[in-house]
Design a protein. Sequence first.
Length: 328
Amino acid sequence: MKKFYKTLIPVKRSVRGLETARYHFLLVAAFAALATLVVSVSVRADDEKTATTKGAEKIRVLLIDGQNNHDWRRCSPVMISTLEATGRFDIDRETVSEADVIDWIVDFSKYDVVLSNYNGKPWQEKTRTAFVNYIKEGGNLVVVHAADNSFREWKEYNLMIGLGGWGGRNETDGPYVYWKDGEFVRDTTKGRGGSHGAGWEYKVIVRDKEHPITKGLPAEFLQAKEELYDRLRGPAENMEIIATAFAKGGSNRHEPVLMTITYGKGRIFHTVMGHDARSMLGVAFQETLIRGTEWAATGKVTFPPVGSDVLPADRAASRDPKDIKTAR
């Protein structure tokens, strides 16, 4: 009996140890299973989010360049990189030389919006007619900087862009439009259409804070150093000016910087920003180009706005387009 008792005690302790070990094993296994489940659910959610983003239909953009009194060869790639950085745009590019323009035509109907970086020879009649019909029937347009110098003699184009400059424009092309004493003035005074002072970092002032393009952006922000257009003239019909800047050393008036126009069923976004590739790296240009292009194409803006930390009023911020998404 004594030997049996002595034998029994170690056996009893051994069983208790096994039970403890088994309990610890099951506990660890349970935690491991739970962690695996959490990771699996998280990965699945991320995968579904990625799939949704990838599956979303991108906005189809046609960029037209090839002739300009500005450096389109450097500017167009910056605009393409800026839009593509958002993951929301699919861009085709048509580079139209002086030799090509004689018989150049494209199927505009394939695109949600046309982005013009073009200031050159007139398009052939067939192309102009196709473009007018495209916009009238709900096609859309983005006009960047010197693209508003184009086609003075083309009435429909000037109705689309609202205001333009140079090319011999004067009072016969329409009024000056600018901000004075809390309202926009239509000034029919005789004079040339289009001028600018020296390049500088100018302050953009939002005049319509509820427009989808400007909603959520700071009320004021600086654009990178560039010339600021002033004394633009045009029909200015069905046009809303959503932001202005003071043309120091030029007209010394608050001039239109961002405009929207409707022509038929089409939406047009017109920005005077974007003089050269360096100024196109300005956050002000990038953010408004993205938002303006999305608005023109869809009638709304879903791209999240940035705050004054990214788009400040006390300095002109610039960045590489690849950093655009990290600013959200």
